[in-house]
Design a binder for this molecule. Structure first.
Ligand code: G1P
Ligand code: ZN
Length: 543
Protein backbone atom coordinates (compact mmCIF):
# COMPACT_ATOMS: atom_id res chain seq x y z
CA UNK A 1 0.00 0.00 0.00
CA UNK A 2 1.44 3.34 -1.00
CA UNK A 3 0.58 6.85 0.07
CA UNK A 4 -0.17 9.01 -2.94
CA UNK A 5 0.04 12.75 -3.15
CA UNK A 6 -2.93 14.07 -5.10
CA UNK A 7 -2.80 17.51 -6.69
CA UNK A 8 -5.72 19.74 -5.81
CA UNK A 9 -6.82 23.37 -5.72
CA UNK A 10 -8.52 25.47 -3.02
CA UNK A 11 -12.32 25.13 -3.03
CA UNK A 12 -14.47 28.16 -2.14
CA UNK A 13 -16.53 28.19 1.02
CA UNK A 14 -14.87 25.54 3.16
CA UNK A 15 -15.54 27.47 6.34
CA UNK A 16 -16.80 25.65 9.44
CA UNK A 17 -19.88 27.28 10.98
CA UNK A 18 -21.47 26.95 14.42
CA UNK A 19 -20.70 23.25 14.40
CA UNK A 20 -18.20 22.08 11.77
CA UNK A 21 -18.39 22.21 7.99
CA UNK A 22 -21.91 21.54 6.75
CA UNK A 23 -22.83 21.40 3.10
CA UNK A 24 -25.10 19.58 0.71
CA UNK A 25 -24.10 15.92 0.49
CA UNK A 26 -23.56 16.35 -3.26
CA UNK A 27 -21.07 19.11 -2.54
CA UNK A 28 -19.17 16.85 -0.16
CA UNK A 29 -19.17 14.16 -2.85
CA UNK A 30 -17.57 16.42 -5.47
CA UNK A 31 -13.99 15.55 -6.42
CA UNK A 32 -11.47 16.53 -3.72
CA UNK A 33 -14.09 18.29 -1.56
CA UNK A 34 -13.95 16.02 1.48
CA UNK A 35 -10.25 15.31 0.96
CA UNK A 36 -9.29 18.99 0.88
CA UNK A 37 -11.11 19.63 4.12
CA UNK A 38 -9.65 16.62 5.91
CA UNK A 39 -6.15 17.63 4.83
CA UNK A 40 -6.93 21.12 6.18
CA UNK A 41 -7.92 19.55 9.52
CA UNK A 42 -4.55 17.79 9.67
CA UNK A 43 -2.81 21.13 8.94
CA UNK A 44 -4.82 22.93 11.62
CA UNK A 45 -3.74 20.50 14.35
CA UNK A 46 -0.08 20.37 13.42
CA UNK A 47 -0.34 17.14 11.45
CA UNK A 48 -1.69 13.74 12.42
CA UNK A 49 1.62 11.81 12.50
CA UNK A 50 1.81 9.47 15.49
CA UNK A 51 -1.62 10.54 16.72
CA UNK A 52 -4.65 8.54 17.82
CA UNK A 53 -8.08 9.68 16.70
CA UNK A 54 -11.70 8.67 17.19
CA UNK A 55 -13.95 8.43 14.12
CA UNK A 56 -17.69 7.98 13.81
CA UNK A 57 -20.82 9.54 12.46
CA UNK A 58 -24.59 9.62 12.62
CA UNK A 59 -25.07 7.10 9.81
CA UNK A 60 -26.43 9.50 7.24
CA UNK A 61 -25.96 8.93 3.51
CA UNK A 62 -22.22 9.08 2.58
CA UNK A 63 -21.19 8.40 6.21
CA UNK A 64 -19.70 5.01 5.26
CA UNK A 65 -17.88 6.31 2.18
CA UNK A 66 -16.51 9.35 3.98
CA UNK A 67 -15.21 7.14 6.80
CA UNK A 68 -13.15 5.09 4.34
CA UNK A 69 -11.64 8.22 2.80
CA UNK A 70 -10.79 9.67 6.22
CA UNK A 71 -9.16 6.39 7.30
CA UNK A 72 -7.03 6.25 4.13
CA UNK A 73 -5.99 9.87 4.62
CA UNK A 74 -5.14 9.36 8.29
CA UNK A 75 -3.03 6.32 7.39
CA UNK A 76 -1.27 8.16 4.58
CA UNK A 77 -0.32 11.01 6.90
CA UNK A 78 1.12 8.70 9.52
CA UNK A 79 -1.60 8.48 12.18
CA UNK A 80 -0.84 5.82 14.78
CA UNK A 81 -4.35 4.60 15.38
CA UNK A 82 -8.01 5.33 14.70
CA UNK A 83 -10.76 4.09 17.00
CA UNK A 84 -13.86 3.71 14.79
CA UNK A 85 -17.43 2.96 15.78
CA UNK A 86 -18.75 -0.28 14.28
CA UNK A 87 -20.25 0.50 10.85
CA UNK A 88 -18.73 3.98 11.27
CA UNK A 89 -21.55 4.87 13.66
CA UNK A 90 -21.11 6.90 16.83
CA UNK A 91 -23.25 9.52 18.48
CA UNK A 92 -21.64 12.91 19.06
CA UNK A 93 -21.68 12.65 22.88
CA UNK A 94 -20.34 9.08 22.73
CA UNK A 95 -17.51 10.26 20.47
CA UNK A 96 -16.74 13.07 22.91
CA UNK A 97 -16.62 10.50 25.70
CA UNK A 98 -14.32 8.12 23.82
CA UNK A 99 -11.95 10.93 22.85
CA UNK A 100 -11.61 11.79 26.54
CA UNK A 101 -11.68 8.33 28.01
CA UNK A 102 -9.06 6.85 25.67
CA UNK A 103 -6.92 10.00 26.03
CA UNK A 104 -6.75 10.43 22.26
CA UNK A 105 -5.59 13.41 20.23
CA UNK A 106 -9.12 14.24 19.13
CA UNK A 107 -11.68 12.89 16.71
CA UNK A 108 -13.69 13.42 13.58
CA UNK A 109 -17.47 13.33 13.72
CA UNK A 110 -19.41 12.99 10.48
CA UNK A 111 -22.80 14.59 10.94
CA UNK A 112 -25.07 17.42 9.94
CA UNK A 113 -26.87 17.00 13.26
CA UNK A 114 -30.62 17.52 12.90
CA UNK A 115 -30.53 18.39 9.18
CA UNK A 116 -32.06 15.74 6.91
CA UNK A 117 -29.79 13.20 5.23
CA UNK A 118 -29.62 11.71 1.73
CA UNK A 119 -28.01 12.43 -1.63
CA UNK A 120 -30.01 15.67 -1.93
CA UNK A 121 -29.75 16.65 1.72
CA UNK A 122 -26.94 17.55 4.08
CA UNK A 123 -23.63 16.18 5.28
CA UNK A 124 -21.05 17.53 7.68
CA UNK A 125 -17.62 17.02 9.20
CA UNK A 126 -16.39 18.33 12.50
CA UNK A 127 -13.14 18.00 14.41
CA UNK A 128 -13.14 17.64 18.19
CA UNK A 129 -10.15 18.37 20.36
CA UNK A 130 -8.42 16.08 22.91
CA UNK A 131 -10.78 17.47 25.58
CA UNK A 132 -13.68 15.99 23.60
CA UNK A 133 -15.11 19.35 22.57
CA UNK A 134 -15.51 21.01 19.15
CA UNK A 135 -12.45 22.79 17.82
CA UNK A 136 -12.34 26.40 18.97
CA UNK A 137 -12.28 29.31 16.52
CA UNK A 138 -8.53 29.60 16.63
CA UNK A 139 -8.29 26.07 15.20
CA UNK A 140 -11.17 26.39 12.73
CA UNK A 141 -9.60 29.62 11.46
CA UNK A 142 -6.44 27.66 10.73
CA UNK A 143 -8.58 25.10 8.87
CA UNK A 144 -10.07 27.84 6.71
CA UNK A 145 -6.61 29.19 5.94
CA UNK A 146 -5.37 25.75 5.01
CA UNK A 147 -8.30 25.20 2.62
CA UNK A 148 -7.41 28.46 0.88
CA UNK A 149 -3.85 27.53 0.07
CA UNK A 150 -4.05 23.74 -0.37
CA UNK A 151 -2.08 22.28 -3.28
CA UNK A 152 -2.17 18.57 -2.54
CA UNK A 153 -3.28 15.92 -0.07
CA UNK A 154 -2.03 12.49 0.93
CA UNK A 155 -4.16 9.38 0.63
CA UNK A 156 -3.40 5.68 0.75
CA UNK A 157 -4.29 3.49 -2.19
CA UNK A 158 -6.12 0.64 -0.49
CA UNK A 159 -9.27 -1.47 -0.33
CA UNK A 160 -12.10 -0.56 2.03
CA UNK A 161 -11.62 -1.54 5.66
CA UNK A 162 -14.34 -3.88 6.92
CA UNK A 163 -16.00 -1.74 9.59
CA UNK A 164 -18.84 -4.18 10.21
CA UNK A 165 -16.72 -6.41 12.46
CA UNK A 166 -15.46 -5.35 15.86
CA UNK A 167 -11.81 -5.76 16.72
CA UNK A 168 -8.33 -4.66 15.77
CA UNK A 169 -7.15 -4.43 12.19
CA UNK A 170 -4.60 -2.48 10.16
CA UNK A 171 -4.53 -0.12 7.22
CA UNK A 172 -0.95 0.22 6.03
CA UNK A 173 0.99 0.89 9.21
CA UNK A 174 -1.98 2.42 11.01
CA UNK A 175 -3.90 0.47 13.66
CA UNK A 176 -7.67 0.51 13.50
CA UNK A 177 -9.84 -0.51 16.40
CA UNK A 178 -13.46 -1.09 15.46
CA UNK A 179 -15.44 -0.72 18.68
CA UNK A 180 -18.98 -1.09 19.98
CA UNK A 181 -20.06 2.57 19.90
CA UNK A 182 -22.54 2.08 22.77
CA UNK A 183 -20.69 0.23 25.55
CA UNK A 184 -18.45 2.91 27.08
CA UNK A 185 -21.16 5.52 26.82
CA UNK A 186 -23.72 3.30 28.56
CA UNK A 187 -21.23 2.64 31.34
CA UNK A 188 -20.67 6.35 31.81
CA UNK A 189 -24.42 6.96 32.10
CA UNK A 190 -24.66 4.23 34.71
CA UNK A 191 -22.03 6.02 36.79
CA UNK A 192 -23.80 9.37 36.61
CA UNK A 193 -27.36 8.39 37.40
CA UNK A 194 -29.31 6.39 39.92
CA UNK A 195 -30.13 3.46 37.63
CA UNK A 196 -31.64 1.54 40.52
CA UNK A 197 -34.21 4.26 41.18
CA UNK A 198 -35.05 4.56 37.47
CA UNK A 199 -35.39 0.78 37.20
CA UNK A 200 -37.77 0.90 40.14
CA UNK A 201 -39.85 3.45 38.27
CA UNK A 202 -40.28 1.12 35.28
CA UNK A 203 -40.99 -1.81 37.60
CA UNK A 204 -43.89 0.16 39.05
CA UNK A 205 -45.39 0.43 35.57
CA UNK A 206 -44.11 3.87 34.56
CA UNK A 207 -44.55 4.22 30.80
CA UNK A 208 -42.34 5.97 28.29
CA UNK A 209 -41.87 6.48 24.56
CA UNK A 210 -38.45 7.37 23.17
CA UNK A 211 -38.39 8.36 19.50
CA UNK A 212 -34.91 7.88 18.04
CA UNK A 213 -36.11 9.35 14.71
CA UNK A 214 -34.27 6.66 12.67
CA UNK A 215 -31.04 8.23 13.78
CA UNK A 216 -27.96 7.26 15.73
CA UNK A 217 -29.38 7.16 19.26
CA UNK A 218 -31.59 4.16 18.50
CA UNK A 219 -28.98 1.57 19.54
CA UNK A 220 -27.98 3.66 22.57
CA UNK A 221 -31.54 4.16 23.81
CA UNK A 222 -32.38 0.49 23.31
CA UNK A 223 -29.30 -0.69 25.19
CA UNK A 224 -29.78 1.73 28.07
CA UNK A 225 -33.55 2.15 28.44
CA UNK A 226 -34.78 -1.29 27.40
CA UNK A 227 -31.57 -3.11 28.33
CA UNK A 228 -30.02 -1.77 31.52
CA UNK A 229 -33.10 0.03 32.87
CA UNK A 230 -35.69 -2.61 32.09
CA UNK A 231 -38.17 -0.44 30.18
CA UNK A 232 -40.57 -2.67 28.21
CA UNK A 233 -39.57 -3.66 24.66
CA UNK A 234 -41.07 -1.17 22.24
CA UNK A 235 -40.38 1.81 24.51
CA UNK A 236 -37.81 2.96 21.94
CA UNK A 237 -39.30 3.50 18.49
CA UNK A 238 -37.69 4.29 15.11
CA UNK A 239 -34.59 2.76 16.64
CA UNK A 240 -32.74 1.69 13.50
CA UNK A 241 -30.37 4.32 12.10
CA UNK A 242 -31.13 4.92 8.42
CA UNK A 243 -29.11 6.88 5.83
CA UNK A 244 -32.10 9.15 5.11
CA UNK A 245 -33.57 9.07 8.64
CA UNK A 246 -36.70 7.49 7.20
CA UNK A 247 -37.21 10.54 4.99
CA UNK A 248 -37.73 12.93 7.91
CA UNK A 249 -35.82 15.66 9.67
CA UNK A 250 -34.11 14.07 12.67
CA UNK A 251 -34.86 17.20 14.68
CA UNK A 252 -36.55 16.62 18.04
CA UNK A 253 -39.06 19.45 18.15
CA UNK A 254 -42.86 19.57 18.04
CA UNK A 255 -42.86 19.92 14.26
CA UNK A 256 -40.51 17.15 13.21
CA UNK A 257 -41.32 14.78 16.06
CA UNK A 258 -45.03 15.26 15.45
CA UNK A 259 -45.95 11.61 15.91
CA UNK A 260 -44.52 11.64 19.43
CA UNK A 261 -46.04 15.03 20.11
CA UNK A 262 -49.51 13.79 19.06
CA UNK A 263 -49.15 10.68 21.21
CA UNK A 264 -48.16 12.70 24.26
CA UNK A 265 -51.06 15.12 23.82
CA UNK A 266 -53.60 12.34 23.27
CA UNK A 267 -55.66 9.99 25.43
CA UNK A 268 -53.15 7.15 25.27
CA UNK A 269 -50.16 9.20 26.36
CA UNK A 270 -47.47 7.44 28.38
CA UNK A 271 -46.00 9.13 31.47
CA UNK A 272 -42.92 10.40 29.70
CA UNK A 273 -41.86 11.10 26.13
CA UNK A 274 -38.49 11.99 24.67
CA UNK A 275 -36.66 12.21 21.37
CA UNK A 276 -33.18 12.94 20.13
CA UNK A 277 -31.65 14.20 16.90
CA UNK A 278 -29.52 12.82 14.05
CA UNK A 279 -26.26 12.62 15.99
CA UNK A 280 -27.77 12.26 19.47
CA UNK A 281 -26.77 15.51 21.09
CA UNK A 282 -30.19 17.19 21.16
CA UNK A 283 -33.27 16.19 23.12
CA UNK A 284 -36.96 16.86 23.45
CA UNK A 285 -38.81 16.29 26.73
CA UNK A 286 -42.53 15.69 27.12
CA UNK A 287 -44.89 14.71 29.86
CA UNK A 288 -48.45 13.49 29.50
CA UNK A 289 -50.21 16.46 27.87
CA UNK A 290 -47.19 18.65 28.48
CA UNK A 291 -44.33 19.88 26.28
CA UNK A 292 -41.25 21.13 28.14
CA UNK A 293 -39.44 23.85 26.19
CA UNK A 294 -35.66 23.39 26.03
CA UNK A 295 -34.91 26.55 28.02
CA UNK A 296 -37.32 25.42 30.75
CA UNK A 297 -35.84 21.94 30.69
CA UNK A 298 -32.38 23.39 31.26
CA UNK A 299 -33.67 25.40 34.24
CA UNK A 300 -35.45 22.37 35.72
CA UNK A 301 -32.37 20.18 35.34
CA UNK A 302 -30.22 22.83 37.03
CA UNK A 303 -32.69 23.21 39.88
CA UNK A 304 -32.93 19.44 40.51
CA UNK A 305 -29.57 18.03 39.40
CA UNK A 306 -28.47 17.20 42.93
CA UNK A 307 -30.98 14.32 42.89
CA UNK A 308 -28.54 12.46 40.61
CA UNK A 309 -25.46 10.83 42.16
CA UNK A 310 -23.04 12.64 39.83
CA UNK A 311 -24.23 16.07 40.97
CA UNK A 312 -25.03 15.27 44.60
CA UNK A 313 -22.33 17.61 45.87
CA UNK A 314 -23.88 20.54 44.04
CA UNK A 315 -23.13 22.41 40.84
CA UNK A 316 -20.03 24.54 40.34
CA UNK A 317 -21.95 26.97 38.18
CA UNK A 318 -24.16 26.99 35.11
CA UNK A 319 -24.11 28.52 31.64
CA UNK A 320 -26.48 29.16 28.76
CA UNK A 321 -26.06 30.56 25.28
CA UNK A 322 -27.15 34.17 24.98
CA UNK A 323 -30.41 33.58 23.06
CA UNK A 324 -31.51 30.88 25.54
CA UNK A 325 -34.23 32.12 27.90
CA UNK A 326 -33.16 33.50 31.24
CA UNK A 327 -35.16 30.94 33.22
CA UNK A 328 -31.77 29.44 34.11
CA UNK A 329 -30.59 32.76 35.55
CA UNK A 330 -33.47 32.71 38.01
CA UNK A 331 -32.46 29.28 39.28
CA UNK A 332 -28.83 30.36 39.53
CA UNK A 333 -29.75 33.52 41.46
CA UNK A 334 -31.86 31.59 43.97
CA UNK A 335 -29.33 28.82 44.41
CA UNK A 336 -26.35 31.17 44.58
CA UNK A 337 -24.70 29.75 41.44
CA UNK A 338 -22.54 31.60 38.93
CA UNK A 339 -24.35 31.87 35.60
CA UNK A 340 -22.42 32.50 32.37
CA UNK A 341 -23.82 33.80 29.08
CA UNK A 342 -21.98 32.57 25.99
CA UNK A 343 -22.42 32.90 22.22
CA UNK A 344 -24.45 30.27 20.37
CA UNK A 345 -22.70 26.94 19.86
CA UNK A 346 -21.40 24.33 22.24
CA UNK A 347 -17.74 25.17 21.72
CA UNK A 348 -17.99 28.18 24.03
CA UNK A 349 -18.95 26.03 27.01
CA UNK A 350 -15.78 23.96 26.70
CA UNK A 351 -13.44 26.40 28.38
CA UNK A 352 -15.86 26.97 31.27
CA UNK A 353 -16.23 23.21 31.78
CA UNK A 354 -12.48 22.54 31.50
CA UNK A 355 -11.75 25.35 33.94
CA UNK A 356 -14.18 23.91 36.50
CA UNK A 357 -16.38 27.02 36.48
CA UNK A 358 -19.57 25.24 35.50
CA UNK A 359 -21.11 21.78 35.77
CA UNK A 360 -24.25 22.18 33.69
CA UNK A 361 -25.02 24.15 30.53
CA UNK A 362 -27.46 24.36 27.67
CA UNK A 363 -29.00 26.06 24.71
CA UNK A 364 -32.52 26.90 23.62
CA UNK A 365 -32.00 24.67 20.60
CA UNK A 366 -32.65 21.53 22.64
CA UNK A 367 -29.10 20.97 23.79
CA UNK A 368 -28.22 20.33 27.41
CA UNK A 369 -25.19 18.75 28.95
CA UNK A 370 -22.69 18.68 31.76
CA UNK A 371 -19.03 18.24 32.52
CA UNK A 372 -19.24 14.47 31.80
CA UNK A 373 -18.38 15.13 28.11
CA UNK A 374 -17.67 18.22 26.02
CA UNK A 375 -20.74 18.07 23.79
CA UNK A 376 -24.40 18.44 24.49
CA UNK A 377 -25.96 15.09 25.20
CA UNK A 378 -29.53 14.10 24.34
CA UNK A 379 -29.78 10.80 26.22
CA UNK A 380 -28.01 12.30 29.22
CA UNK A 381 -30.79 14.89 29.51
CA UNK A 382 -33.45 12.20 29.19
CA UNK A 383 -31.78 10.11 31.90
CA UNK A 384 -31.41 13.08 34.24
CA UNK A 385 -35.12 13.76 33.78
CA UNK A 386 -35.89 10.11 34.54
CA UNK A 387 -33.67 10.31 37.62
CA UNK A 388 -35.56 13.39 38.81
CA UNK A 389 -38.96 11.80 38.12
CA UNK A 390 -37.91 8.64 39.99
CA UNK A 391 -36.60 10.55 43.00
CA UNK A 392 -39.45 13.05 43.33
CA UNK A 393 -42.31 10.73 42.37
CA UNK A 394 -43.85 13.70 40.54
CA UNK A 395 -45.20 13.80 37.00
CA UNK A 396 -43.58 16.06 34.41
CA UNK A 397 -46.49 18.51 34.68
CA UNK A 398 -46.18 18.59 38.48
CA UNK A 399 -42.46 19.30 38.18
CA UNK A 400 -43.14 22.19 35.79
CA UNK A 401 -45.89 23.65 38.00
CA UNK A 402 -43.66 23.49 41.06
CA UNK A 403 -40.78 25.04 39.12
CA UNK A 404 -42.79 28.02 37.86
CA UNK A 405 -44.35 28.51 41.29
CA UNK A 406 -40.88 28.77 42.79
CA UNK A 407 -39.06 30.72 40.08
CA UNK A 408 -41.73 32.37 37.92
CA UNK A 409 -42.14 31.61 34.23
CA UNK A 410 -40.07 32.84 31.30
CA UNK A 411 -42.32 32.51 28.28
CA UNK A 412 -40.13 31.79 25.31
CA UNK A 413 -40.24 30.99 21.63
CA UNK A 414 -37.85 30.94 18.69
CA UNK A 415 -39.14 31.86 15.25
CA UNK A 416 -37.12 30.69 12.25
CA UNK A 417 -37.34 32.14 8.76
CA UNK A 418 -35.56 29.62 6.58
CA UNK A 419 -33.83 29.96 3.20
CA UNK A 420 -34.23 33.74 3.20
CA UNK A 421 -32.31 35.60 0.52
CA UNK A 422 -28.93 36.13 2.22
CA UNK A 423 -28.56 39.69 0.95
CA UNK A 424 -31.98 40.71 2.25
CA UNK A 425 -31.37 39.07 5.61
CA UNK A 426 -28.07 40.89 6.00
CA UNK A 427 -29.67 44.19 4.99
CA UNK A 428 -32.28 43.71 7.70
CA UNK A 429 -29.62 42.99 10.30
CA UNK A 430 -27.51 45.96 9.15
CA UNK A 431 -30.48 48.33 9.38
CA UNK A 432 -31.39 47.13 12.86
CA UNK A 433 -27.77 47.24 14.02
CA UNK A 434 -27.56 50.87 12.96
CA UNK A 435 -30.66 51.73 14.99
CA UNK A 436 -29.62 49.98 18.22
CA UNK A 437 -27.91 53.00 19.84
CA UNK A 438 -31.12 55.04 19.53
CA UNK A 439 -33.46 52.42 20.99
CA UNK A 440 -32.89 52.69 24.78
CA UNK A 441 -35.63 54.81 26.31
CA UNK A 442 -38.05 54.42 23.40
CA UNK A 443 -41.49 53.03 24.18
CA UNK A 444 -42.97 50.35 21.92
CA UNK A 445 -46.46 48.99 22.64
CA UNK A 446 -46.19 50.52 26.10
CA UNK A 447 -42.87 48.80 26.87
CA UNK A 448 -39.71 50.79 27.44
CA UNK A 449 -36.46 49.61 25.87
CA UNK A 450 -33.86 49.31 28.59
CA UNK A 451 -30.84 48.35 26.50
CA UNK A 452 -30.04 47.35 22.93
CA UNK A 453 -26.72 46.04 21.65
CA UNK A 454 -24.85 43.48 19.62
CA UNK A 455 -23.63 40.63 21.78
CA UNK A 456 -19.87 40.08 22.05
CA UNK A 457 -18.22 37.59 24.36
CA UNK A 458 -14.97 37.83 26.21
CA UNK A 459 -13.98 34.33 27.24
CA UNK A 460 -13.07 34.54 30.93
CA UNK A 461 -10.70 31.58 30.62
CA UNK A 462 -8.55 32.28 27.56
CA UNK A 463 -9.32 35.96 27.07
CA UNK A 464 -10.44 35.52 23.45
CA UNK A 465 -13.16 37.77 22.10
CA UNK A 466 -16.05 36.72 19.81
CA UNK A 467 -17.97 39.52 18.17
CA UNK A 468 -21.15 39.78 16.14
CA UNK A 469 -23.06 37.18 18.16
CA UNK A 470 -26.60 38.50 17.80
CA UNK A 471 -28.59 41.72 18.11
CA UNK A 472 -30.60 42.04 21.31
CA UNK A 473 -33.21 44.41 22.60
CA UNK A 474 -34.04 44.25 26.29
CA UNK A 475 -37.12 45.81 27.87
CA UNK A 476 -37.48 47.23 31.37
CA UNK A 477 -40.26 44.78 32.20
CA UNK A 478 -37.98 41.78 31.63
CA UNK A 479 -38.92 41.03 28.02
CA UNK A 480 -36.24 40.50 25.41
CA UNK A 481 -35.92 40.01 21.66
CA UNK A 482 -32.80 38.60 20.00
CA UNK A 483 -32.08 38.45 16.26
CA UNK A 484 -29.34 36.37 14.69
CA UNK A 485 -28.48 34.64 11.46
CA UNK A 486 -27.89 30.92 11.70
CA UNK A 487 -24.37 29.56 11.33
CA UNK A 488 -25.47 26.05 10.40
CA UNK A 489 -27.81 26.54 7.44
CA UNK A 490 -26.78 25.28 4.01
CA UNK A 491 -29.12 27.31 1.75
CA UNK A 492 -29.43 31.12 1.84
CA UNK A 493 -29.80 32.61 5.31
CA UNK A 494 -31.87 31.43 8.24
CA UNK A 495 -33.09 34.28 10.40
CA UNK A 496 -33.71 33.32 14.02
CA UNK A 497 -35.78 35.58 16.23
CA UNK A 498 -35.80 34.66 19.91
CA UNK A 499 -38.68 36.11 21.91
CA UNK A 500 -38.96 36.10 25.68
CA UNK A 501 -41.23 37.61 28.30
CA UNK A 502 -41.43 37.00 32.03
CA UNK A 503 -44.41 36.45 34.28
CA UNK A 504 -44.71 36.00 38.01
CA UNK A 505 -48.47 35.65 37.87
CA UNK A 506 -49.44 32.03 38.65
CA UNK A 507 -52.71 32.51 36.73
CA UNK A 508 -50.70 32.85 33.51
CA UNK A 509 -48.36 29.90 33.98
CA UNK A 510 -50.51 27.48 31.98
CA UNK A 511 -50.79 29.78 28.94
CA UNK A 512 -49.50 28.79 25.54
CA UNK A 513 -46.21 30.65 24.86
CA UNK A 514 -47.35 31.83 21.38
CA UNK A 515 -50.38 33.49 23.00
CA UNK A 516 -48.48 34.84 25.97
CA UNK A 517 -45.89 36.31 23.61
CA UNK A 518 -48.29 37.72 20.99
CA UNK A 519 -47.44 41.30 21.85
CA UNK A 520 -43.68 40.71 21.90
CA UNK A 521 -43.94 38.90 18.56
CA UNK A 522 -45.59 41.95 17.02
CA UNK A 523 -42.88 44.16 18.50
CA UNK A 524 -40.19 41.89 17.05
CA UNK A 525 -41.53 42.41 13.54
CA UNK A 526 -42.01 46.13 14.02
CA UNK A 527 -38.51 46.71 15.36
CA UNK A 528 -36.67 44.87 12.62
CA UNK A 529 -39.12 45.14 9.73
CA UNK A 530 -38.95 41.40 9.14
CA UNK A 531 -41.79 41.30 6.65
CA UNK A 532 -40.66 44.45 4.89
CA UNK A 533 -37.11 43.16 4.40
CA UNK A 534 -37.63 39.47 3.81
CA UNK A 535 -41.13 39.40 2.34
CA UNK A 536 -42.11 36.76 4.89
CA UNK A 537 -45.20 37.39 6.98
CA UNK A 538 -44.77 34.22 9.04
CA UNK A 539 -41.88 32.12 10.32
CA UNK A 540 -41.36 28.63 8.87
CA UNK A 541 -40.80 27.07 12.27
CA UNK A 542 -41.82 28.09 15.77
CA UNK A 543 -40.25 26.25 18.66
C1 G1P B 1 -27.91 25.90 15.81
C2 G1P B 1 -28.43 26.24 17.19
C3 G1P B 1 -27.30 26.26 18.19
C4 G1P B 1 -26.57 24.92 18.15
C5 G1P B 1 -26.15 24.60 16.73
C6 G1P B 1 -25.51 23.22 16.62
O1 G1P B 1 -26.99 26.87 15.41
O2 G1P B 1 -29.11 27.47 17.19
O3 G1P B 1 -27.81 26.51 19.46
O4 G1P B 1 -25.45 24.94 18.96
O5 G1P B 1 -27.27 24.65 15.86
O6 G1P B 1 -26.39 22.21 16.99
P1 G1P B 1 -27.38 28.08 14.43
O7 G1P B 1 -27.99 27.47 13.20
O8 G1P B 1 -28.39 28.91 15.16
O9 G1P B 1 -26.10 28.81 14.18
ZN1 ZN C 1 -27.06 17.33 16.82
Amino acid sequence: MTAKSIQTKPIEGQKPGTSGLRKKTKTFMEPHYLENFIQAIWESIGGVKGKTLVLGGDGRYFNDRAAQVILRMAAASGAKKVIVGQNALMSTPAASNLIRQKKTDGGIIMSASHNPGGPDEDFGVKFNMPNGGPAPEEVTNRMVKATQSIKDYLILEAQDVDLSKRGATKLGDMEIDVVDPVKDYAQLMEQLFDFRAIKGLFEKGFTMRFDAMHAVTGPYAKAILEGRLGAPAGTVVNAEPKPDFGGGHPDPNPIWAKELMDLMMGEEAPDFGAASDGDGDRNMILGRGCYVGPSDSLAVLAANATLAPAYREGLKGVARSMPTSRALDRVAAKRGLDCYETPTGWKFFGNLLDDGRITLCGEESAGTGSDHVREKDGLWAVLLWLNILAKTGKSVQEIMDAHWAEFGRNFYSRHDYEAVDAKKANEMMDALRARLPDLPGTIIHGRTVEAANEFAYDDPVDGSRSEGQGLRVMFEDGGRIVYRLSGTGTVGATLRVYIEDVSDDPESFGDDPQDALADMIAIADELAGIEEHTGRDEPDVRT
